[in-house]
Design a protein around this ligand. Structure first.
Ligand SMILES: [Zn+2]
Length: 699
């Protein structure tokens, strides 16, 4: 712990955090010295800043820019409505600092992370405008001649609108004649307000043919089901068949969507869905060492042509597999075979597995027996590189793997995880699978995965203005070059964290610009480029960094940094590093921005006043708590930690707890929104739990 950060045991007094935040650096914060006198040397829990209903309510509306500057966005988990007036919504890009440090030394002083949460497909909230779709024809959008940044509201036009200056690199270029426009007295293009790309921070460009290496892919859904003994006996197989049958009607674009289906135990069973057949014919692949996809042209059927056939198949499968299902599960071979079937088109592979792969490719062993405490963290790393390589191969062919795991005991999720991580997929774990409890959840998770807004065959790149550079990416993707990320799919819930670093000092009074460009295919089959642009004021004042700090984005970094370290570092070390990162930030605030306050006071910057609480929550999460968490539970948490959007960060580290016994009778009968009937969240502390109470924890 950094000396003096929070002095346990000393008399503590909490300042009104807002008065601290409004304090100029170096000046004394207007700290309340209300505490309870010198009689007690314990921190009064009632005075510790906590996430409350009031704090989580946020603003009703948020303008992404105003004439007087850029304000901190509302908390990501709160309800708010964004109006895009030149910067993208914080739902798409949320920086860790809303005022950007001009030089590296400032960053080193405060120890705060520099980066962005990027969630390019995030869904707008009710009341918010969707993205404008701009079609510039075969010419495509205007891009900087040097750095290739896309035209945005911060491009400057001159020479009667015939030339432009790029806000990312300062290069000047010619505006194509068909895109040129005269300038008004204020130097802005006369058409700026009518062109979304010149007045909005986010826009979807229709991609011209030059952005396509092949025709846009159709939506493809391939379901791979574990039919081994463990899956059948637990009820998971029957639940999966029933759920998929019910969901066939919800698959988007039934006239274009293609579906495929296979089961596996000690062998792999494909089903041919050739148009004109009355029922699917089973094609067995018995050789699980040299796998292949038999008759690949018939393995994917057009949904509207084969829906009835598939429904009948899904009805009959549970009975077919009920009698003496083999105990062996060729999971690795089955994934490889399904990948072979998907190679020509790409697509989404839904793997519903219960048993650890025991035969064929990628066999795994139970590593979770007799593990010494000092090596327990190694269980969070994959056993070998088989599934990592498989994931990379899938990503190359635009195949995304989503894992729905329904084991009864340890199945080494950590080793399977790279399949999802390298392909932009996700992991859902239901362990131990209990049909009564888990089948509705499995159904809902599958349904949401099928219907939620999703980008296909994506390539993502984040650009920064001169003097800054992207140093790292955290998330689920495949990275083959230093700058571009391959995303076979990117859904509305998944986010990346992008670390930024200085290359040189930024000019005074300049702005730091960031642009995320995602080239993707819509589910309707149109190739587009989604561009989000953010321009932030540059500051040379340390206090401004604390004022502009974003708690959720910074916590997301802590979470992802810890998640990435799991497997290679001991849990204790990870917890210490996480703790130290937070205390360094708070200590620097104390030292440089609130140095004249009494040494016994706990001084927290307003924007980060919940950071100690969230850090402690993070240290107790399944990813960091160590041997108290089951290895598979930990791996599933790590997948969530690496992909969660900013709005999921706070609930993940500090769940909401409601004391239901305080809800009065009749609250439900009144017909009101059940969520509105919930009481204010309680403090997550044993002191606030009663043995006779009923509590709901939402995480
Ligand atoms: Zn440029």
């Amino acid at each position: 712990m950094a000396p003096g950060a929070v002095q346990q045991g000393a008399q503590q007094a909490l300042p009104h955090a807002s008065s601290v935040a409004g304090t100029a650096p170096g000046a004394p914060p207007a700290a309340a010295t209300s505490a309870r006198g010198g009689a007690s040397n314990r921190i009064d829990p009632a005075q510790i800043p906590r996430a409350t209903k009031k704090a989580a309510q946020g603003f009703a509306s948020y303008l992404t820019r105003s004439a007087s500057g850029v304000y901190n966005p509302p908390a990501a988990a709160s309800d708010f409505v964004v109006q895009d007036v030149g910067n993208c919504s914080p739902r798409y890009m949320r920086p860790t600092l809303n005022q950007w440090p001009d030089r590296l030394e400032l960053v080193s002083m405060c120890s705060m992370p520099m980066g962005l949460m990027v969630q390019p497909m995030a869904s707008p909230a009710a009341g918010e405008e969707g993205l404008a779709v701009v079609d510039m024809g075969q010419a495509g959008p205007l891009r900087c001649v040097r750095c290739k940044a896309y035209v945005n509201p911060y491009f400057r036009f001159f020479e009667q609108g015939r030339r432009y200056t790029c806000n990312f690199c300062g290069a000047q270029g010619d505006v194509p004649t068909q895109y040129a426009c005269a300038l008004g007295a204020d130097g802005r293009r006369l058409d700026a307000a009518e062109r979304p790309e010149l007045c909005r921070g986010s826009v979807d460009f229709v991609a011209p043919e030059a952005y396509m290496v092949r025709p846009p892919m159709p939506p493809v859904f391939f379901f791979l089901l574990d039919a081994s003994h463990q899956s059948v006996s637990s009820g998971a197989f029957e639940n999966a068949c029933r759920s998929i049958k019910q969901l066939l009607g919800e698959i988007p674009q039934p006239d274009r969507a293609r579906v495929g289906f296979a089961t596996y135990d000690r062998a792999i069973h494909f089903f041919s869905l050739k148009a004109g057949q009355t029922q699917p014919s089973m094609l067995v692949v018995p050789d699980i060492k040299q796998v292949y996809a038999p008759c690949p042209q018939y393995l994917l059927g057009k949904l509207e042509d084969c829906r009835e056939m598939l429904e009948e198949l899904l009805d009959s499968l549970p009975a077919m597999h009920k009698v003496a299902p083999p105990a062996e599960a060729a999971l690795g071979s089955a994934v490889q075979a399904a990948f072979e079937a998907l190679k020509p088109t790409g697509g989404r592979l839904f793997v519903l597995a219960s048993a650890m792969p025991s035969v064929g490719l990628g066999v795994l062993k139970n590593r979770a027996v007799n593990v010494a405490a000092d090596t327990a963290h190694k269980l969070a790393a994959p056993a070998d590189v088989t599934y990592f390589r498989m994931g990379q191969a899938c990503a190359e062919y635009q195949v995304c793997v989503d894992l729905y795991l329904t084991p009864q005991s340890y199945m080494d999720v950590a080793s399977l995880l790279p399949l999802a991580r390298e392909t932009g997929g996700g992991v859902q774990l239901y362990s131990p699978y209990n049909p009564a409890l888990d089948s509705p959840k499995l159904f809902n998770d599958l349904r949401w995965a099928l219907v939620r807004p999703t980008a296909l065959e994506g390539v993502l790149r984040v650009r920064t203005s001169s003097g800054l550079t992207v140093s790292d990416h955290y998330g689920h993707f495949c990275q083959r070059s230093a700058t571009d990320l391959d995303l076979p799919q990117m859904d509305c819930d998944k986010a990346l964290y992008v670390s930024i670093k200085h290359e040189e000092r930024l000019p005074k009074d300049s702005e730091a610009a960031f642009q995320c460009a995602l080239l993707y295919t819509t589910i309707e089959g149109q190739r587009r480029i989604r561009v989000h642009t953010l321009s932030l004021p540059v500051t040379e004042v340390l206090g401004n960094l604390y004022r502009g700090a974003d708690l959720e984005a910074q916590t997301a970094f802590l979470m992802r940094d810890a998640a990435r370290g799991t497997g290679s570092s001991a849990f204790k070390l990870l917890r210490e590093r996480t703790f130290e990162r937070t205390t360094n930030i708070l200590f620097a605030y104390r030292k440089f921005c609130a140095s004249s306050s009494s040494s016994g006071q706990l001084i927290l910057p307003e924007a980060l006043k919940l950071s100690p609480l969230y850090t402690l929550g993070l240290m107790k999460s399944p990813g960091l708590v160590g041997s108290d968490a089951k290895p598979d539970e930990r791996s599933a948490w790590l997948a969530r930690a690496l992909t969660a959007g900013a709005d999921r960060v706070a609930p993940m580290v500090y769940p909401c707890m409601y004391a239901l016994q305080t809800v009065g009778p009749g609250a439900e009968a009144s017909g009101a929104d059940p969520a509105a009937a919930l009481p204010a969240p309680s403090t997550l502390s044993s002191e606030h739990m009663l043995p006779t109470g009923v509590f709901l924890v939402e995480d």
